[in-house]
Ligand binder design. Structure first.
Ligand code: SAH
Length: 690
């Protein structure tokens, strides 16, 4: 069955009605899912297997039959482990239908049809009794329902229900317990993902400081977890203010309560500084003794973790509501609050605490300033990137004249403010907006800087811009970062070009456009680890999971042409195998052409290594000799290690050799490519041959 789905095209800005296969969401879910990554996570798999074996043997030693409940069976892996370990029967519950179907096939293929019953239901719908899904309650509870924040995928309510209705009292649980750890740090880098720092502008009439509105200063932000590969954060980017402490733990073998609660620990700062960030991770003990432990601890806590790569579980960065000075040795209290699905933190000074002995009730963070709704964390980082701001200031100074009439097209940008100050406050500035959410944020922002009468905010789509919006003036300088919140892939910000085309009739004949052009760059890379997320598994701990591999491959091919996917490469080390190459240019001084832009060529491979894929990014040429890169910043050494713009996601196109896991018979010396930018649809199609 086909259905029509409306969506705004991120590049062209037009509304499109796409005929979507009803399976579209399924395929997206599977193709982009973390199943492959989990199956590749050897450390996790080995420890689950050990824990399951130990639990089965404890039950057998008691002379009982081992009846397993595996909630969220996915491929059926943990149930197959239990059956191999001697479990008498397993109930494997999986809510996601395509996965439940795959589990049935995989279980059958591995010869466990008589031992494992796959039930395609949410665990809270499962019935127990002679006519129920389960004949009786289980005495071993096995699950893997954890995300980076531990509870974000609903583990707590699922456990709470399972203990009430699906397992026996005193059951064994694998994992047996989870523990959440925290460490207080100061980090300008991480803090810059949550607050907007003042921007200093050297204008002709003295230094100007752009400040953020008080609503933004005091805003607690959003509750969504900030999960990152903390092992990629160099130690010079943060200062440790406390030891690692246990925040809370959950015993999965006993009844679990999911209702909102809070936990408090006392911390004695090991250093004076500004408490800004709580870093957090967890570990799971697979058995009661704690001998089988699987930990997400970062490299400075456990030196071997740098080699233990996984993407389905990372580490969390929590922003305290406000930065709080702490003194070495002067105790503070850290409170973790949680509801069923998320955790947030607050810090109290010990003295204030004594005065107010009543339990601290900290509300879940709700963004009041709208900035945290409009800008994600990398965008905050980008706006706080002084080096980047300097490039824009230099370029604006080159292009602005005192009689300039300036129009800015970008989402929630500081460019109009910069233009206003740099143009000696003579420049007439307009700012084009599309959504009221953005409108009110920008208004607050201009107001905080006393600019609400100086910069006119226009709330209209570019194609609906009229001369009266512009007070019958023609635009002599058109600026954009460009940045749009709807962009996922680097070239989606080419929407600026489409907007520029739409407002052409309002531009002077010799208009200056900043950036004047953009170029798409490409480089062939070998990833240290990221290739795993798309690579088939074959067998996992001796179980044949090829059905899953085929399913993922089928979903990746669902769209016929494979697509590039966005990844923040500062978190995923890779080495360059070729020189970076400019492949397409987009001239913003002209309108978007009717015809497609395409290119073909080949790149030589300069270093030995596995060509896992191509990385693509955009560079913006702001003005003569001034460019900013949203991708490669530099190749740092002769080994080819790369440094990427930390505030942008780059596009990664995995080669079929990764997806098919084929070993190439001979090492290629060059990669040929064909890249086509369809100006009508805004899509970039690409093809590579090794
Ligand atoms: N157990 C597998 C897969 C883990 S992924 C492994 O370890 O490799 C978690 C799976 O649990 C997902 O497939 C998700 O769809 C499923 N799931 C999550 N909560 C569930 C619930 N309450 N009932 C049934 N399935 C659930």
């Amino acid at each position: 069955m086909k259905t029509f789905c409306g969506r705004a095209n991120p590049t062209t800005g037009t509304m499109e009605w796409l005929e979507e296969d009803e399976n579209y969401d399924y395929h997206q879910e599977i193709a982009r899912s973390r199943y492959a990554d989990m199956l590749h996570d050897k450390d996790r798999n080995v420890k689950y297997y050990q824990g399951i074996r130990a639990a089965v043997s404890r039950v057998k030693q008691r002379g009982e039959k081992a009846i397993v409940l595996d909630i969220g069976t996915g491929t059926g892996l943990l149930s197959m482990m239990a059956a191999s370990a001697g479990a008498d029967f397993c109930y494997a519950i999986e809510v996601f239908k395509p996965m439940a179907n795959a589990a049935v096939k995989i279980v059958e293929k591995n010869g466990f049809r008589d031992k494992i019953k796959v039930i395609n239901k949410h665990s809270t719908e499962v019935t127990v009794g002679p006519d129920g899904d389960m004949q009786c309650r289980a005495n071993i509870l096995v699950t893997e329902l954890f995300d980076t924040e531990l509870i974000g995928e609903g583990a707590l309510p699922t456990y709470e229900h399972a203990h009430k209705y699906l397992v026996q009292e005193g059951c064994e649980a694998v994992p047996h317990r989870a523990t959440v750890y925290v460490q207080l740090v100061e980090s300008k880098r991480m803090w810059s993902w949550n607050k907007l720092f003042p921007v200093h502008v050297e204008a002709e009439d003295g230094e100007k400081i752009i400040v953020s509105p008080s609503e933004m200063e005091n805003c607690p932000g959003v509750p969504s977890v900030c999960d990152i590969q903390l092992n990629q954060m160099p130690s010079c980017d943060f200062t440790i203010l406390s030891d690692v402490v246990t925040m809370f733990s959950v015993d999965f073998s006993k009844p679990v309560r999911s209702a909102s609660t809070s936990y408090r620990v006392q911390l004695e700062p090991v250093k004076s500084g500004k408490a800004q960030i709580v870093l957090s991770w967890w570990d799971i003990d697979m058995d009661p003794s704690g001998m089988i432990n699987c930990t997400m601890a970062p490299y400075w806590v456990k030196s071997t973790s740098a080699f233990q790569w996984r993407d389905h579980w990372m580490q969390c960065v929590y922003f305290l509501p406000n930065e709080e000075p702490v003194l070495q040795g002067e105790k503070v209290y850290l409170t973790a609050c949680r509801d069923e699905y998320s955790v947030w933190y607050a810090l109290q000074k010990a003295r204030a605490e004594e005065e107010n002995k009543a339990a601290v009730r900290v509300e879940s963070p709700v963004c009041r300033c709208q900035a945290h709704l409009l800008w994600n964390r990398p965008r905050f980082g980008q706006l706080n990137d002084q080096n980047r701001t300097r490039q824009y200031i230099k370029s604006l100074m080159k292009v602005l004249k005192t009689d300039s009439v300036c129009l800015c097209i970008s989402d929630g940008s500081l460019l109009p403010v910069l233009a206003h100050y740099l143009g000696a406050e003579q420049v007439q500035c307009f700012f084009l907006f599309f959504l009221s959410l953005r409108f009110s944020l920008v208004f607050l922002f201009f107001k905080a800087n006393n600019l609400e009468d100086k910069i006119k905010i226009i709330e209209a789509r570019p194609e609906l811009l009229t001369s009266s919006h512009l007070e019958d003036k023609k635009i002599s300088v058109l600026v954009g970062e460009p940045f749009f919140t709807t962009s996922l892939l680097p070239w989606h910000n080419l929407y600026f070009w489409y907007a520029r085309t739409a407002v052409t009739s309002h531009l002077t004949s010799n208009v200056t456009v900043l950036p004047q052009s953009a170029s798409l760059h490409m480089m062939i890379v070998e990833f240290q680890d990221l290739w795993r997320i798309r690579s088939p598994c074959g067998t996992c701990e001796g179980f044949d999971v090829q059905t899953m591999d085929d399913m993922i491959k089928n979903s990746l091919n669902f769209r016929e042409s494979k697509e590039a996917e966005p990844h923040p490469l500062w978190e995923y080390p890779c080495k360059s195998l070729s020189d970076p190459q400019e492949v397409l240019t987009f001239d913003f001084r002209k309108t978007v052409p009717q015809h497609s832009l395409s290119t073909e060529g080949s790149v030589n491979l300069l270093r030995k290594g596995k060509s896992h894929g191509a990385v693509l990014w955009m560079e913006y040429h702001l003005a003569a000799d001034i460019s900013v890169s949203t991708g490669l910043l530099q190749i740092s050494n002769e080994k080819g290690n790369c440094e990427w713009n930390p505030h942008c996601k780059q596009a990664v196109y995995f080669f079929s050799s990764v997806i098919e896991s084929e070993t190439l018979s001979d090492i290629p010396s060059a990669v040929t490519y064909a890249i086509n930018f369809n100006t009508k649809t805004g899509d970039i199609a690409m093809d590579f041959k090794l």
